[in-house]
Design a protein around this ligand. Structure first.
Ligand code: FAD
Ligand code: SF4
Length: 524
C-alpha cells in the first residue's frame, strides 16, 4: 500500500489533518482495538465501552465513505495486545511506504508510535492537531511571555481577544457586557428545596454495534470496575451533535448559577455532558463555543451562563492541554507535597459511609461521569487531604471517567486537584473542610458525620483532615496570600486540639473510619 494513516481511539474526526491528501487508491486507514489501552490503568467498563463503540461507529463511517481500512478488533485472533505490537505486525504485512498521524493527545502513545516507525525505518508524517483553538507552540509562547508564570485568567482573556469571542462588537478589546468573569453569579448552591424543573438530558440507547461491544467488555474485562447497564453516551458524530443541541436548548440557560452545586442522586444537573464527545473529537470545540455564543446573541441564554461555559472550553480545556504538552514527561512524576498514602480501596466500589463520596463514586461507576466540583472538591479533595500518592490518584481518574484522556485528566488531577505541581497550573491548593461540601450539597444532612466537627466520634473526616493538612504543610504554604486566612485559623489551634486532630487523622489513614460496612448502598 501507499501510506498507512493511523487513527487512534480519540481521533475520530474525518476532517483531521491526517486525512489531508488521502488517496483511496493507494493509502489505507489503520485502527486497532488493543487490550493495553484498557489495562495500562484499570479502566472502568463505561470508558472502555465508549472508546470501542465510538471506534467501531467511526470505522463503519469510513467504510461507507469508501476508505480502505485495516481494523483489528479486540477479539480478533492474533490481536497483538498493544498499539506498538499491532502496528508493527500490520506494517510487516502491508509494507506501507510511510506512516501518517495527527499529533496524538498522549505523550506515551506518541513515543510508542515514533519508536515503531524508527524500528521499521519508515517516515512518520506527524501533522498538527487542528481540533484545538490554539497550538502547543502558541501556548509555549504565551508561557514564555509571562515568564513561565501560568494563570488561567490571563490565558483565557487573551484567548477571548485573539479569537474574538464574547467581545464588544464596536470595541474588540472589551469583554462583552463589560465583564470577563461572572463567578459571583455562577457559584451558588441550590435552594433548600433543591434543583427545580431539571430537564432530562437526551440519552442514546445502545444500538447493535454498541450492544456487541458491551457484551465483549463484560466478558473480556469482567473484573474491571464500573457498570454497563446504564450506558447511553453518544457514540458517533450525529448523536454528539444532537447532544450539543439538547444542551444548548435545555440546560445552557441555567448552566451558570449552579455550576458548582451538587445534589445527591442527580448526576447531570445543568451540565453539558459533552466532554467525552469533545475528547474523542466527535465534536469540534469551535462549533460548541459558537452554538453557545449564538444562543446568547439570539436571547436564548443569559451572558453569565454562556461566559461560564465558554470559559471551560476556550479557557480551561486549551490551558490544560498546553500545560500537559509543555511539561511532559516530567509532569507525571511531580509530588511537591511528598504524599505517599495508598488510594483507599473503596474508591473502586463507593463502599464508604461518607455520604458525599458514596454519591460521587456511585454515579461515577454507574455512568463514568461526575461533574467538575464532585471531581475537584469531593473525590479529589479527600485524596489530597488524606495525602494519597498523586500518581495513584491520577490512575484512578484516568480509569473511571468516560471523558478521561491523559492530556486533560493529568493536569486537572496532579495540578488543579492534588497541587502535586506546586501551583504551576492553579494558583493555590483547593483545600476546604466538610463545611464547603455542606454549603454546596445536602449530602451532609444524610451523613453519619458532622461537617463542622473536626474531632470526636461524629467529626467529618474531611474537616479533621483539613486541619491536619494545614498543620502538616504549614511551612510549605506559608506566605501564600490566598491561604493566609486559613493558615491563621490553623495557628490558633492549641496543643490539645492539634494532638486530637493528629490522632483522628491517623485513624482515618489506617482505614478505621469512613469504611462502608453496615451502611446503606449508594444512592439510586
Ligand atoms: P461542563 O461542566 O458542562 O463543562 C463544559 C465543558 O468544558 C466540558 O465538556 C469540558 O470539555 C470543558 N471543561 C470543563 N472543565 C474543564 C477542565 N477543568 N479542564 C478541561 N476541560 C474542561 N475533563 C475531561 O474532559 N477529561 C478528564 O479526564 C478530566 N479529568 C478531571 C479530573 C479532575 C481531578 C478534575 C478536577 C477535573 C477533570 N476534568 C476532566 C474536567 C471536568 O471535570 C470535566 O471536563 C467535566 O466535568 C465534564 O463534564 P461536562 O461535559 O458535563 O462539563
Ligand atoms: Fe461528606 Fe463530611 Fe458532609 Fe459526610 S459530613 S457528607 S463526609 S462532607
Amino acid at each position: 500500500v501507499g501510506r498507512l494513516l493511523i487513527v487512534l481511539g480519540d481521533q475520530l474526526d474525518a476532517q483531521a489533518a491526517a486525512f489531508d491528501g488521502f488517496d483511496a487508491g493507494r493509502d489505507t486507514v489503520w485502527m486497532a482495538e488493543v487490550a493495553e489501552e484498557s489495562t495500562h490503568v484499570w479502566s472502568a467498563k463505561p470508558r472502555i465501552v465508549l472508546f470501542l463503540a465510538a471506534m467501531r461507529h467511526f470505522a463503519e463511517a469510513l467504510r461507507n465513505a469508501g476508505r480502505p481500512l485495516r481494523y483489528t478488533r479486540l477479539d480478533a485472533p492474533g490481536n497483538r495486545g498493544t498499539l506498538a505490537a499491532q502496528l508493527q505486525a500490520d506494517i510487516e504485512d502491508l509494507r506501507p511506504a510511510g506512516l501518517v498521524l495527527t499529533a496524538p493527545g498522549d505523550w506515551r502513545v506518541l513515543q510508542a508510535i515514533k519508536a515503531v516507525a524508527a524500528a521499521a525505518g519508515l517516515p512518520l508524517d506527524l501533522r498538527e492537531d487542528r481540533h484545538f483553538f490554539g497550538t502547543v507552540r502558541h501556548f509555549a509562547a504565551h508561557a514564555r511571555a509571562h515568564g513561565g508564570a501560568l494563570r488561567l485568567e490571563v490565558f483565557y482573556r487573551e484567548q477571548r481577544q485573539r479569537h474574538g469571542i464574547l467581545m464588544e462588537p464596536d470595541d474588540p478589546a472589551q469583554a462583552l457586557g463589560g465583564r470577563w468573569n461572572f463567578d459571583t453569579e455562577n457559584r451558588r448552591p441550590f435552594p433548600a428545596s433543591g434543583p427545580v424543573a431539571l430537564p432530562s438530558p437526551l440519552r442514546f440507547s445502545p444500538d447493535a454495534i454498541t450492544r456487541e461491544v458491551i457484551a465483549l467488555v463484560e466478558t473480556r474485562f469482567a473484573d474491571h470496575p464500573g457498570e454497563t447497564a446504564a450506558f447511553d453516551w453518544p457514540v458517533n458524530r450525529a448523536q454528539a451533535l444532537q447532544a450539543l443541541d439538547d444542551f444548548i436548548a435545555h440546560r445552557l440557560p441555567n448552566f451558570g448559577p449552579h455550576q458548582d452545586a451538587m445534589w445527591p442522586g442527580r448526576p447531570w444537573l445543568w451540565h453539558a455532558q459533552l466532554s467525552a464527545a469533545l475528547n474523542l473529537k466527535l465534536l469540534d470545540p469551535r462549533e460548541v463555543v459558537a452554538a453557545a455564543v449564538k444562543a446568547h446573541a439570539d436571547g436564548r441564554a443569559p451572558l453569565p451562563s454562556v461566559e461560564g461555559f465558554v470559559r471551560q472550553i476556550l479557557g480551561w480545556r486549551e490551558y490544560v492541554r498546553g500545560v500537559y504538552w509543555t511539561q511532559m514527561p516530567g509532569y507525571q512524576d511531580l509530588n511537591v507535597l511528598d504524599a505517599h498514602e495508598p488510594l483507599p480501596a473503596w474508591y473502586w466500589t463507593g463502599d464508604t459511609d461518607m455520604a458525599c463520596l458514596r454519591d460521587a463514586i456511585g454515579q461515577t461507576l454507574r455512568h463514568g461521569y461526575a461533574h467538575h466540583i464532585q471531581r475537584l472538591m469531593v473525590t479529589g479533595l479527600f485524596a489530597q487531604l488524606l495525602g494519597v500518592e498523586p500518581v495513584q490518584v491520577h490512575a484512578w481518574y484516568l480509569s473511571v471517567y468516560v471523558d478521561a484522556v491523559e492530556w486533560v485528566e493529568m493536569p486537572n488531577t496532579l495540578g488543579m486537584s492534588q497541587y502535586a505541581d506546586g501551583g504551576l497550573m492553579g494558583s493555590k491548593p483547593y483545600v476546604a473542610s466538610g463545611r464547603y461540601i455542606e454549603r454546596m450539597s445536602p449530602a451532609c444532612k444524610s451523613c453519619r458525620y458532622r461537617p463542622a466537627e473536626s474531632v470526636g466520634d461524629d467529626a467529618c473526616p474531611f474537616t479533621t483532615l483539613y486541619w491536619d493538612f494545614l498543620l502538616r504543610h504549614r511551612a510549605l504554604l506559608a506566605g501564600h496570600p490566598r491561604l493566609e486566612h486559613q493558615l491563621r485559623s490553623a495557628d490558633r489551634l492549641d496543643a490539645q486540639q492539634r494532638a486530637a486532630i493528629k490522632q483522628r487523622s491517623a485513624a482515618i489513614r489506617r482505614g478505621e473510619l469512613g469504611q462502608g460496612a453496615d451502611q446503606p448502598p449508594a444512592e439510586p
